[in-house]
Design a protein around this ligand. Structure first.
Ligand code: MN
Length: 355
């Protein structure tokens, strides 16, 4: 048997002599022989397999202590251990990716975060009210730490089922740690699920046609993805005042858009509730948009039960007082009641806050 010098062995194993000395000290790969007089280390060529395995595991980034365990295992067990290690690396990398995304936004002064550890969050409240005239409530309202939804079901039981189904399809978004680049895609997929759910209510048949409006915001870091169809609305209160983020899909709004009707005429028109687009079995296309979000932003989502009976100036006044979201929602519903509350009212208020 021909021993190799440490230099020749290192070259064959693609390791440095320095690394070989370290592996010796750690008990990973002791030399086959050491010259008593000179102290030179010699390696047996049969040690090359183990040396190469150690080199590969090092390139994988595996800690030395763990490498010691792996090289002591038979091949099958070693393979399983490498696989388990790599899964841990992938999980850890994903988590650190989320942190990196947050830090980029944070350091760039875009001030936002997906969770409380980042110093920002959403404070929110959601409520629906049957109003003073209707016997049933087909509106739904939901607010969570990253998802805000209002939907106004059209008609009786089928409408109530449709708005509830739309909300149920979106709610799983709340539990997912969605990164800002994936926000729009995740929302679009959930909306496709909502459309399918509404279609299935139609297919069951006995409730009449299932139709609902849908307005929802999905928040992550400094971004908000929005979906909108029908005449429910989203507004944002910021320095410049109250801005309506959605465009009504109503017959009167299309008359306003083509110049054949004034905004005042539209507001008083008897057919003002007639929808030009809605989430229904026939599958109209919703609007999707993305907005930046800042600390201090206040968002309002509401159904037409609020926006058609309460003037924008009155809503702005209530929102600008900056009482808690819960109190604000209560005050807005009270305004609708003062105006007769002829329809169901859905209302969500959310503040982007520094914690
Ligand atoms: Mn309504």
């Amino acid at each position: 048997m021909e021993f190799l010098t440490i230099g020749a062995f290192a070259k064959a194993a693609r390791l440095s002599p320095k690394a070989l000395r370290l592996y010796d000290e750690l008990g990973l790969l002791p030399p086959a022989a050491i010259d008593n007089v000179s102290g030179y280390r010699f390696y047996d060529p049969s040690q090359l397999d183990r040396a190469r395995l150690i080199a590969w595991l090092r390139r994988l980034g595996m800690p030395l202590a763990r490498i010691r365990a792996v090289v002591g295992l038979d091949d099958d067990a070693a393979a399983a251990e490498v696989s388990a290690y790599w899964q841990e690396v992938l999980t850890d990398t994903t988590e650190r990716g989320h942190l990196a995304d947050f830090l980029v936004d944070y350091l760039a002064g875009r001030g936002g975060a997906t969770d409380a550890t980042a110093g920002f969050g959403l404070r929110y409240a959601a409520r629906t009210d049957v109003g003073r005239v209707r016997q049933t409530n087909e509106d739904v309202a939901y607010a969570g730490h990253r998802l805000l939804v209002v939907a106004d079901g059209v008609g009786g039981r089928a409408g109530a089922s449709a708005s509830a189904a739309a909300l149920a399809a979106l709610k799983p978004l709340e539990a997912q740690a969605i990164r800002p680049p994936d926000l729009e895609t995740a929302l679009a997929e959930a909306v496709a699920d909502a459309q399918q759910a509404v279609r299935e209510i139609d297919d069951t048949g006995d409730q009449g046609e299932a139709v609902t409006t849908l307005t929802a915001l999905l928040w992550s870091g400094s971004r908000i993805a929005m979906v909108h169809i029908g005449d429910t609305r989203a507004y944002r209160l910021r320095d410049e005042g109250l801005v309506q983020l959605t465009h009504d899909h109503t017959w009167v709004q299309s008359r306003v858009d083509d110049g054949s009707m004034s905004i005042e005429e539209a507001a008083r028109h008897p057919r003002r509730a007639l929808l030009s687009r809605a989430l229904a079995g026939s599958g109209h296309r919703p609007d999707f948009a993305t907005h930046d979000a800042r600390a201090g932003d206040r968002y309002l989502l509401c159904s037409d039960g609020l926006s058609t009976v309460v003037e924008a100036t009155a809503m702005t006044a209530v929102l600008s007082r900056r009482t808690s979201p819960d109190d604000t929602v209560g005050e807005l519903i009270e305004l609708a009641h003062d105006a007769g509350a002829p329809d169901n009212v859905a209302c969500v208020v959310a503040d982007v806050v520094t914690l």
